[in-house]
Design a protein around this ligand. Structure first.
Ligand code: ZN
Length: 198
């Protein structure tokens, strides 16, 4: 018999939406190519989690104007996701249930954080809620999704990677593909939204 993972969200699961913010969408200051395509896909996962009353988290970059990752401070990125700015807001089309928990990261000038776990209480909150499996999608595959998935695995969560709800920056053309391979090698299981209805 072929072994299958059960991909329907159940108690003990949480959805983690990584950095679906205006600056990472087409027209934003650090636009991820086709980044907007993750929104309708994520909305279907949100609907599934919401209908089961399961926890939904959304991480966001929430930087001061003089953040160390910005070129003017010697970093590699253009200014993006400055706290309170329009660019830092979640994509307007993203479904956000009232009880969705927002996790702000890299909120001080001297530290950057690609992972939603870095410098936040995300792991602690998840443990307190009895969560042991995470459905993770968002932006961008090769940076914040990659690092959030890696940290989730380090924290011993089972990780399902939402393969149809991620997009890559691709500074090098293969970065996204390599990041997906790395996440899978480390133990993340790729799924697509059809799996929710299976
Ligand atoms: Zn950033």
């Amino acid at each position: 018999m072929k072994q299958q993972i059960d991909t329907k969200p159940v108690k003990g699961d949480a959805l983690i939406i990584v950095d679906v913010q205006n600056d990472f969408l087409p027209g934003g200051s650090l636009a991820v190519p086709n980044g907007d395509e993750v929104v309708p896909a994520l909305n279907r996962y949100v609907a599934a989690f919401e209908s089961q009353r399961l926890p939904i988290y959304a991480t966001r970059d929430w930087h001061p104007a003089n953040h160390c990752s910005f070129k003017a401070q010697g970093g590699i990125w253009p200014p993006h996701c400055i706290a309170e700015s329009n660019g830092a807001q979640f994509a307007p089309g993203l479904k956000r249930p009232a009880d969705m928990v927002v996790i702000s990261k890299a909120t001080t000038s001297e530290k950057d954080a690609y992972s939603g776990f870095e410098g936040t209480d995300l792991a602690e909150r998840l443990h307190k809620q009895g969560v042991h499996r995470l459905f993770i999608g968002g932006l961008a595959t090769d940076y914040c999704v990659l690092n959030t998935v890696k940290d989730a695995l380090k924290h011993k969560f089972t990780v399902l990677l939402l393969q149809d709800a991620i997009r890559a920056v691709n500074v090098q053309p293969d970065d996204g593909r390599k990041a997906e391979e790395e996440m899978q090698r480390l133990g993340a299981k790729p799924i697509r939204v059809e799996a929710l209805a299976a």
